[in-house]
Ligand binder design. Structure first.
Ligand code: ZN
Length: 323
């Protein structure tokens, strides 16, 4: 199946194209082609776009530039989409029995020396497919309707439940951020790269956890390894963030304890707060602040809190409260 097709330039096309160019181009100066970006059939991740999702994406893809190798540098941006439409290919059906629809874009690139190779490739039909990247908010389980990126519904994509194959139904697109010519013509089927904004983009890793029940050896695909790596990296970042927050909270609690003038020495306060959870620290800090309010007129004592967050410089921080 040829996904990319050369097409003639109409006056209407030219008007749309010239909406993007610094100087008006003539029909002889532009090369245009149409390209199938994605469809509503089940993809290799066992996910599919709904008709509404494709409709919304059709608006988002207009104006987006195409690149090589998913490398978004100016040098690699070779063609721009100037129009994009949803096509219904009825009576053709998807694997799950709906009308087959697809997203078809028209793109142009100026005919010039820099684009000579890519135009030759498009002309010869060597360059056949593209992959696209978009941001999606929801991936809903086709069996139970739960958002699979957020909750563990227990269903595994690709497995059958009472005759229904579990798929992720992609809803609420946020952004269409790229489309790329696949570098190697023989590459595995061009696909859609989806970033998930709400449930993060670690669905593959999570799906892997669901499949793996701790028995026997297991084989992971390169994609699953990549997904698992980003998943772990994300957890590490989150752990670091919460570590910094806890250190900040400990410091603030010690300060509140000193200000409350309960007669507890600062080194004792410091060892006291060490073993507390974030929730306990918040509660203790509130108790200290209540005590302080009883003995001192109200003043904005936490005003400097935000600047000190992250630096956690104890000596300097406590200085203001030394008696
Ligand atoms: Zn489910």
């Amino acid at each position: 199946m040829n996904k990319i097709e050369k097409q003639a330039v109409s006056a209407e096309d030219l008007a749309l194209i010239n909406g993007y160019t610094r100087k008006d181009l003539t029909a002889e100066e532009v090369y245009t082609f149409s390209v199938v970006l994605c469809d509503n059939d089940i993809d290799r991740d066992f996910e599919y776009f709904t008709a509404e999702t494709l409709e919304e994406l059709s608006k988002m893809f207009v104006g987006v530039t195409g690149i090589y190798d998913h490398n978004p540098t100016a040098k690699n941006q070779v063609a721009r989409i100037y129009s994009c439409q949803v096509e219904n290919l009825s009576p053709k059906k998807t694997a799950y029995g709906q009308d087959y629809i697809r997203l078809v874009a028209k793109a142009y690139l100026p005919i010039c020396e820099a684009n000579r190779d890519i135009i030759a490739m498009l002309d010869s039909g060597i360059q056949k497919e593209v992959s696209v990247g978009c941001g999606i908010e929801e991936c809903v389980c086709s069996v139970c309707g739960e958002d699979m990126r957020i909750h563990e519904c227990g269903h595994v994509k690709g497995e059958s439940y009472g005759g229904v194959v579990c798929c992720g139904v992609l809803k609420n697109p946020i952004d269409a951020y790229e489309w790329s010519f696949t570098a190697v013509p023989a590459q595995r089927k061009a696909g859609v790269i989806k970033s998930f904004c709400k449930g993060e983009r670690y669905g593959l890793a999570e799906n892997f956890f669901k499949k793996y029940h701790g028995k026997g050896d297991v084989t992971m695909s390169a994609e699953e390894v990549e997904s698992l790596k980003s998943y772990i990296e994300n957890l590490r970042e989150k752990a670091e963030e919460s570590g910094r927050y806890k250190a900040f909270l400990e410091l603030e609690t010690v300060k509140s304890g000193i200000t409350a003038k309960l007669g507890i020495e600062s080194d004792l306060l410091e060892s006291m707060v060490k073993g507390l959870s974030v929730e306990e620290l918040v509660r203790l800090k509130e108790i200290f602040e209540k005590k302080t309010a009883e003995i001192l007129p109200i003043r904005p004592q936490t005003v400097r809190g935000a600047e000190e967050f992250g630096s956690a410089r104890k000596e300097e921080g406590n200085g203001a409260f030394n008696i």
